[in-house]
Design a protein around this ligand. Structure first.
Ligand SMILES: *Cc1c(COP(=O)(O)O)cnc(C)c1O
Length: 536
């Protein structure tokens, strides 16, 4: 059966496979890692293509002034296998070599990583810092991923039916596929149409600034056009060249990463002529990675489930104590919030009218654990981290911030908290897979109706909905409304249920697990990829 399925090459800038393999920055990479693991578990024909980041993403620590500081380390993975293959990509007129490494931890779903850090290589820095630069540097990285990635698969003899570009970073692979067909005699039109039949695209961020673009002049002098003309590039990606628009015009079919995001993406890219259809395929998570085996059940009773949860919660509290020096109380409510410190995620919304929660925080009846990195160049994000650190100083018994967010922290918090809080400005959260991990562990989501949550939420049954679907005109009004809704749910429902109605809490945990575990697994997502995207 598997032989008849289309063989897929999955391209992504980052892969979150394992905490010690520092090849990811955030949710995009975690999705890519879970995808390969799921392809492995299900025996699906998929290979991954990425870059071997020497420094990975930032190591971000909190300084004595309570502000985040970045540092970059050299990582080396002696277990990566040398494929013996090297490809060449011309960057800014220099022949840059990229060596191809193999991560074979996932058997039938191998991951190939290109690496420019070679002796005597011009531009050997390219695979240094993940998301380290924005202009020429980013294009150079995307050239190695896209153009180099296609060449690497060919040099390795990997047969590919479908190229899956996970986010716009990979779209230069489409230009290389067109170039090759033109080199074999096809017209530009024919080469483009034939390439489209081979390509699918996943779009992620609904935040406009998150959608990368470049002046076409830059693509030309960098050599990213691989011989295509200014006009040809403009027809594919517009001018300036928008990587998402290019993805939508290079693919036969695209997807958004949750049902709501599918709608948002269709609205956002409505006016792009000649774009492919955008379907909605909700992300999923890899259960063996993210669900604690002790929560896998079946349980003989709700009490038994609670005991399992409490054992995990105590471990999480130990973990928090090791990292922060603060020992929280396992008997009291523990709320988790860890995600990228981006303004739209509003990490500090719960402190907007701090006086409403001050008493409960001072008594330790509400305990909150935060974690998350800001992008090294994002001063607003860094200010958010600083605000959270300041709150932790103000409530030393009940608010903690764990520095240098990573997969280990994510795993500890999404299984060992009681509540998982998510309050982005809607509709800007594409999916929010950490909430799925939490839900499957019986950690109850309290979330704005954004990302995946509208698909799963049953208020008061398997978690809580904060606010409603109304999106006020102004950001200030939205923040105000959502903060008040957050306090209502927290103070009128979550806190009383936790302390006064344990039976209901346990039933909600059970419902949370039962309503999410299959539906939001990466196994279901991959089934949809093959049924609705690759064979579209
Ligand atoms: C799951 C995960 C994410 C993605 O979750 P969000 O809800 O989008 O924040 C990001 N980073 C890490 C380390 C994760 O494990």
């Amino acid at each position: 059966m598997a032989n008849q399925l289309p063989r897929v090459a999955y391209f992504c800038m980052e892969y979150g496979l394992d905490n010690s393999f520092k090849q990811w920055a955030g949710g995009l990479g975690i999705l890519a890692g879970d995808t390969l693991k799921g392809a492995h578990d299900n025996g699906l024909p998929m290979v991954g293509v990425g870059l071997n980041w020497k420094h990975g993403y930032t190591d971000q620590r909190i300084g004595r002034d309570g502000r985040p500081y970045d540092s970059f380390h050299d990582y080396d993975y002696p277990w990566l296998k040398d494929t013996g293959v090297t490809v060449t990509v011309q960057v800014r007129g220099n022949d840059v070599r990229a060596k191809v490494w193999l991560c074979d931890h996932f058997g039938n779903a191998p991951l190939f990583l290109l690496d420019t850090d070679l002796a005597d290589n011009p531009e050997s820095w390219i695979t240094g810092q993940l998301y380290g630069g924005f202009g020429d540097q980013r294009v150079a990285q995307e050239m190695i991923l896209g153009i180099g990635g296609v060449r690497a698969l060919q040099a390795l003899g990997v047969e590919v039916d479908i190229y899956h570009f996970n986010e716009g970073h990979a779209v230069l692979a489409g230009l290389e596929l067109i170039r090759q067909k033109m080199a074999a005699g096809a017209s530009f039109e024919d080469a483009w149409q034939a390439t489209r039949r081979q390509v699918v695209f996943t779009t992620h961020t609904p935040v406009p600034e998150g959608n990368e673009w470049h002046p076409i002049e830059r693509l030309l002098y960098m050599g990213a056009n691989v011989g295509l003309t200014y006009e040809q590039l403009a027809r594919i990606g517009g001018s300036p060249f928008n990587m998402t628009v290019a993805g939508l015009r290079l693919a036969k079919c695209a997807n958004g990463v949750a049902q709501l995001h599918g709608e948002t993406a269709n609205r956002m890219w409505r006016s792009v002529e000649g774009r492919c259809e955008i379907r909605a395929i909700t992300n999923g998570v890899h259960l063996p990675t993210w669900v604690d085996p002790r929560m896998a059940g079946p349980f003989n009773s709700l009490e038994e489930m609670w005991e399992a949860h409490m054992a995990i919660k105590r471990e999480t509290i130990d973990f928090i104590a090791e990292r922060t020096g603060v020992r929280l109380d396992p008997e009291n409510l523990l709320i988790g919030f860890s995600r990228r410190a981006a303004p739209y995620k509003r990490s500090d919304l719960i402190f907007r009218y701090e006086e409403r929660v001050r008493g409960l925080l001072e008594q330790g009846k509400i305990q909150i654990v935060f974690s998350g990195k800001a992008h090294p160049h994002d001063d607003t994000g860094k200010q958010i981290v600083h605000n959270l650190v300041t709150m932790a100083e103000q409530y030393p018994r009940s608010v903690v911030f764990i520095e240098n967010y990573d997969m280990e922290i994510a795993a500890a918090l999404t299984r060992g908290c009681d509540v998982w809080l998510n309050n982005p400005r809607r509709p800007q959260e594409a999916c929010g897979t950490s909430g799925m991990k939490a839900a499957m562990n019986g950690v109850l989501n309290a979330s704005i109706l954004d990302g995946w949550w509208p698909e799963a939420a049953q208020h008061g049954v398997n978690g809580w909905v904060i606010g409603d679907e109304v999106v006020p005109e102004s950001v200030a009004e939205q923040d105000e409304r959502d903060a008040l809704a957050l306090y209502r749910v927290l103070l009128d429902e979550i806190v009383p249920t936790y302390y006064e109605n344990r039976q209901k809490w346990l039933e909600m945990m059970k419902a949370s697990i039962e309503t999410t575990r299959e539906r939001f697994s990466v196994d279901r997502m991959l089934r949809e990829y093959w049924e609705r995207l690759y064979t579209a």
